[in-house]
Design a protein around this ligand. Structure first.
Ligand SMILES: [Cu+2]
Length: 139
């Protein structure tokens, strides 16, 4: 392992500081109501560079479920963009590194809902292009 092995990562790290600054204590935006959360199925989604796990989630039409989105990255901010089968944005959540957010949803239209992270650092590919995408199947 030479220094050059780490160079791309160190460059990204340096750019991260320049673009995003040091990780701040994020103000978490909880959009869900507590009564919904108490009764809904919880689905944990881990966000890393550059993958969602799980990357495929299946829910039932009309089911109320809660997404618990964890950004596991040490420095990299991610987002969780969810579109409906027609391409209309359903959820747009920014999650800074180490943070997590909870969102409760009820989807009434069956189909495939793609989700992805479109963050991008300068000229690097978007996180989605790096493989950070998945799909929510409503059946
Ligand atoms: Cu990302």
């Amino acid at each position: 392992m030479s220094f050059s092995y780490y160079t791309p990562f160190l460059l990204k790290l340096a750019f991260s500081f320049i673009i995003f600054g040091l990780p701040s204590i994020a103000v978490s935006q909880e959009s869900s109501t507590r009564t919904d959360v108490a009764n809904s199925r919880e689905i944990v989604v881990d966000m890393e560079s550059y993958v969602f796990s799980p990357s495929e989630i299946t829910v039932n039409v009309g089911e109320t479920f809660t997404l618990i989105l964890h950004n596991q990255s040490f420095l990299v901010p991610h987002n969780f963009l969810l579109d409906d089968p027609n391409g209309t944005r359903v959820l747009d959540v920014d999650i800074s590194s180490g943070d997590s957010q909870t969102h409760t949803l009820t989807l009434k239209e069956p189909g495939n809902y793609p989700f992805y992270c479109d963050k991008q650092l300068l000229f690097f590919p978007t996180h989605r292009e790096e493989g950070m995408e998945g799909r929510l199947i409503v059946q």
